[in-house]
Design a protein around this ligand. Structure first.
Ligand code: CU
Length: 519
């Protein structure tokens, strides 16, 4: 693949931080178009079009993975070799520049990439138009002219209290609130949440009532599930970068019928439930969800065709055996937000290692029943020394401890992983416990009395994933195994404003026989 950087001119996005979080009538500035009194960010305006492409979900040699510092200037090009030796899946390619991925993707440097394979063909699934339709869901905000009309100018607006942009308008395949004409047939929708920060919880409504029974999920980030899954009763949750392969049955609907796809997830998303039966009341401007509408469908006349979904979709993966996991390394990562005066907070992934008995500095103490483990921080920032050196072919368990109030979608480059567990925690962080590198915290593996999340793994999360939602008050454990390429890769939060504000770390995959020679 030859990527040619033909960007020219200034960044086609006005970037601003509004001076206050709400306007004079008390409406959050994130929910309205225009700059809300903010001045355009001159540093963003001066960006000159450097880019690097990451093919998200691909098993890619390290030199073609899109390392965030290996940039291509306008006029330069890159030839990346993508072996495509992997299962059928919906991937996406997007800009990944250090510190400004949020602007590059927001400006439009993102697209879909579909891999096919024989197993998918055997199942006779819809392939291509009209019955297979990609749906790239994003949120965008726009400028206003002097008379208050939308100009179409892209605006990335944050405010002093919210570092992520949660724009009010939902676009699907680049169009605000589109309508798709559908025949009374089974459609296959390849859905990607390509938003910077917003998590969606999608509910299909007909005559104001949820009709989730029309949806069967057959695939996730890295392709087909073992068996078809119902979407969860509250709706299909997709955080940034998560994908869903859906069969949606419109048969049995009269021509002229209208259905709507709504989002019921307020922002920032914290996993809190919202019943699908209440979806028509989901609008909540105070929590950055002014317009729940995502898109609509109108049934047009046509032959009625309903597909039966095969009961078995894929047999080429299984949950790793306990003994395969027991012998492998365990890695512990704490997700931490650090509040700063006069500048946006930083978010980091603190890589924790078990502290020696004579360690006297700050520790994270994890209490799991009888067992207490003390961890010190080995690394926090992207440029800190690498501490993860996974050996090719060997399972590892990574545990992600969320010490923030929001859900973070954590993406690991290269091979997919499987979600093993989500366990409720309660934790305490003393005043000044969060330092630049070190952190002091006590984490107890039991439910916080105020915690209303169920911490379940949904059926549609039991496939091969490359992005996992880690909810507040939770430890998520994933089984990671790299099998293909050696080299330097990244893992990070896929909320782009978090990734750009340091929630990203390197890891280096290694062939086993080289490990004895590592200094
Ligand atoms: Cu995050």
């Amino acid at each position: 693949m030859q990527w040619r950087n033909e960007l020219d001119g200034a960044l086609p996005v006005v970037v601003t931080t509004a001076p206050t979080a709400t306007d004079t009538s008390g409406v959050p500035v994130q929910c309205v178009p225009g700059l809300s009194g903010g001045t355009p960010d001159q540093n963003a305006a001066a960006l000159a079009g450097h880019t690097v492409v990451h093919l998200h979900g691909a098993l890619t040699p390290a030199s073609y993975d899109g390392w965030a510092e290996n940039l291509f200037a306008p006029g330069q090009d890159a030839v990346f070799h993508y072996p495509m030796n992997q299962r059928a899946a919906l991937l996406w390619y997007h800009d990944h520049v250090m510190g400004v991925t949020k602007f590059g993707v927001y400006a439009g440097l993102a697209g879909l990439w579909i891999i096919r394979d024989q197993r998918e063909r055997e199942l006779g699934l819809p392939e291509g138009p009209p019955f297979e339709v990609p749906l790239l869901i994003q949120d965008r905000n726009f400028g206003l002219d002097d008379s208050g009309r939308l100009t179409g100018q892209l605006v990335h607006k944050t405010d002093p209290e919210v570092m992520e942009a949660f724009p009010p308008f939902t676009v699907v395949n680049g169009k605000v609130w589109p309508r798709l004409d559908v025949q009374p047939a089974t459609y296959r929708f390849r859905v990607l949440n390509g938003s910077n920060a917003r998590t969606y919880r999608l509910v299909l409504l007909h005559n104001g009532e949820p009709e989730l029974h029309r949806i069967t999920q057959i695939g996730t980030d890295h392709g087909l599930l073992r068996t078809p899954a119902r979407v969860p009763p509250d709706g299909l949750v997709l955080a940034s970068a998560e994908r869903a392969d859906l069969l949606v049955d419109f048969s049995g609907l009269e021509p002229g019928s209208e259905l709507t796809l709504l989002n019921t997830a307020a922002a920032p998303f914290d996993g809190a439930p919202f019943p699908a039966t209440n979806a028509h009341n989901a609008a909540d401007p105070g929590r950055m969800l002014p317009y729940p509408l995502v898109m609509s469908f109108r049934v047009v006349p046509g032959p009625v065709t309903r597909r039966t979904t095969p009961g078995e979709l894929a047999t080429d993966y299984r949950r790793p055996a306990p003994d395969a996991l027991a012998g492998g390394p365990r890695r512990t990562i704490a997700l931490v937000e650090r509040e700063l005066e006069g500048e946006p907070n930083t978010l980091t992934m603190r890589e924790l290692v078990i502290a020696d008995d004579d360690h006297t500095g700050p520790v994270v103490t994890v209490i799991d029943d009888e067992q207490t483990t003390r961890y010190r921080t080995a690394a926090a920032h992207f440029e800190d020394a690498t501490t993860f050196f996974p050996v090719l072919g060997r399972y590892e368990v990574w545990q992600l401890i969320n010490l923030t109030n929001d859900t973070h979608p954590i993406h690991v480059h290269l091979d997919p992983f499987q979600i093993l567990s989500r366990r409720p925690i309660r934790y305490e962080i003393p005043e000044y416990g969060i330092e630049d590198l070190a952190i002091t915290a006590t984490v107890t593996l039991e439910r916080d009395p105020d915690d209303e999340l169920d911490h379940a793994i949904d059926d549609n999360e039991r496939g091969l994933k490359d992005t996992v939602r880690v909810n507040p008050n939770e430890i998520a454990e994933i089984a990671v195994r790299f099998t293909t390429y050696s080299g330097r890769y990244m893992y990070h939060c896929h909320i782009l404003e978090h990734e750009d504000r340091d929630m990203m770390r390197p890891f280096v995959t290694m062939p086993a026989e080289l490990m004895p020679f590592m200094a």
